[in-house]
Design a protein around this ligand. Sequence first.
Ligand code: ZN
Length: 490
Amino acid sequence: MESASEQTQDVIYCAEWVLPVTAAPLRAGAVLVHGERVAAVGPALDLAAANPQADVVDFGAAVLMPGFVNAHCHLEYATFRGIFDDEEFGDWIVRLVDAKAALSPSDYLHSALLGAAECVASGITTIADTAFGGETLLAAAQAGLRGRLYLEVFGIDDSRLDETMAELQARLEGARAAAPPQIEIGIAPHAPYTVSSRLYQTIAGYAREHGLKVASHVAESREELTYIRSGSGKFAHDFREKVGWERMLVQPYGVSPIKYLQQWGVFDRDFLAVHCVQASSDDIRILAGKGAAVAHCPKSNAKLGCGVAPLAEMLRQGVRVGFGTDSPASSNIMDMFDEMRTALFLHRAVERDVGVLSAQKCVYIATLGAADALGLADQVGSLEAGKYADLIAVDTSRSHFAPVEDPYSALVYGANQDDVTFTCVGGRVLYHDRVLRSLDAEAVRQGGIAVRQKLHARVRDGVRVGDDQSGWWHTIDRSTTTPDVPGADR
Ligand SMILES: [Zn+2]
């Protein structure tokens, strides 16, 4: 495998438009890449004249821009897309728990590889992924993606808290040992309905002590709000029964999920609150006051009938926000163009105000905004000298773009994931002319189809957790096995 540090040859990438994000769009622009970093951004003719030794790659009618930063995803659910398309959130998660138990570590790896391949081919260069096991880490590393993997934690039984923390520590050590330099490990206490207040507090303390970032699903659904406020509803009954917690006391807290978490001191600048659909202005003030960031997943929230997160208010209060695709189990595809477009339309419609979100602001949120939300703004998210060379080319030669006068408008209103033709992370080319270089696309596709057949059998037969030997997350020891990774250039 060719590593970025071995690439000493400078490359000038040129296109009709270069979108640095931190500066105005540049016509006939270029990006000079030296090793794993951007060395310069400027007019193509100037960069070529000043660097005659460099290779030149000209994308022609295209927009060259920083790779997308996907602020929330679950690569390992790529094979789950389209299985539960019409379930509302509470039923969807209960059915997901049943289906999840059908898969082995190797199945999760194949599923995550399918997700990683989609990210690369869609121009996503940094992911903030949440997963229980290490398969997503292996898949993302093999694909060449940059990012952060938040290891998922569950537990509402405080008598098992020490055990849960010891097991988390072991997984953290294993993941850190296996992670390539461009992937950081964090912690993801799953959600207020699956993690006790004591476990949240303990994780917050542990993360601060060890300098780890934290992400959690927060205020995603009405069911969660009802559960935290009143100790009742689908999560108090169906969900707890499903995961074997039915005998444990449910306590009504009388507050919103965000106020509830605030009581336990979990929010700070290293905390990423995923979703925040059920968030009042007061709730947002709490997040803004603590400097916590938000991953906004407009498509997932809309498809599951959860609602529309108050993005306009978050932006007004200065909360750092990035767009996330969430998992393909809910939003089907990891297409950041689709997320930008959905966000723009939803928020303009809800606010009855076209000024609430512009195409330019959407591109910012999908790149540098998300990088800022993850604490990575000094490394990625824009095309600037010194930052990592994480860049993509979006082909604008096709009729649905012509004529391109404003690249922001073309990208947000016209483009989709299939228009991406080139993806480069840290100077390493992962995708060129729509061909995957870091993964064997056909092997990945076949692996995903085989996993899907297992899932279908499970859903068709109506097998439920508890019906057989398969349990939920903690009975699947997925941290000790290292399945084979099908790859093209390892
Ligand atoms: Zn999620």
